[in-house]
Design a binder for this molecule. Sequence first.
Ligand SMILES: [Zn+2]
Length: 329
Amino acid sequence: MQLKKEIKTITLKDPFQQFKEAQRVNEIRYCPLTGQSTRLLGLSLKEFATADRSAMIEESQKACPFCPGLVQALTPKFTPPFREYYEYGNARCFPNAFPYDENNAVVTITSQHYVPINGFSHQMLQEAFECALLFLSDIDPEQYPYQSINWNYMPVAGSSLVHPHFQIIASSTPSNYYANILSNLQKNPNLFMDYINTEKNLNERLIEIMGDSTWLIAFAPRGQFDILGILHECTPLHTVTGKLDSVITYIRKTLQFFHHKKIDNFNMAFYSVANNKSFSPHIRLCPRVTFPPHATSEINYLQMLHNDSFTLLNPEIIAEEFKSFHFDL
Ligand SMILES: [Zn+2]
């Protein structure tokens, strides 16, 4: 597989260099799985905007519908054939009151109202995933094959509540992301293994190949960077019960890495297509950031209206930083 990119050189008279002619070199990279393009801007960014959220976190606890005591009274219950709700350890699964799809549940990861980005234990995440899988395993995978476990962590990432929670979807309709990959899988059923092997040979963004999964920094990130874990076995999500140790370990590593980079908002999606033997379940974690000095959104016309992503960070440098980071698990 050839990883596709275009280089664009822009010449201008640069006010930061006494209006001498200067060049900016941008890259347009195409995601090997979806085909979607990402622009790597030839700029350097020292750091993202940071915010003190302690007052907001404290205020949000006063009437949190996901906290023990209120969760039973303020969250919906499933109708048969589902159980009214699902529990696994401290995790609890119930319907999303504002659903995006036919089967859209919420899983509170823990009864703890606020967990800092680097504070999620293996047990917390394991209980949350297993709870999500209890719900998914009660859904007909043929009728609703597009299964995903998603996470908006904190408001900049789109979460309306501070209390950490997953959103689970099992749908009869593919999202655009699924549709793009399924279209590419028709041309190349070996797409996922080809991508993994290409990254292995190049060794520029690969982090680790484990027994059951491969971890890398995405060639064409969807956010400022994009940690991508691909499971080697093409198995639907509802059947991975008890097999998520490496996924949980890498989520925890990623969250520690985000914390190290002063990132405290992120999105996660763990995708599978239950009735497709070529679609490898995989997970993406993307930081959500704002830019100083005005906490400017990273979502502008490019992503919103042109369906392109952009990044100010070089994926190869992020891969080096991630590999040399000392994790405390
Ligand atoms: Zn809460």
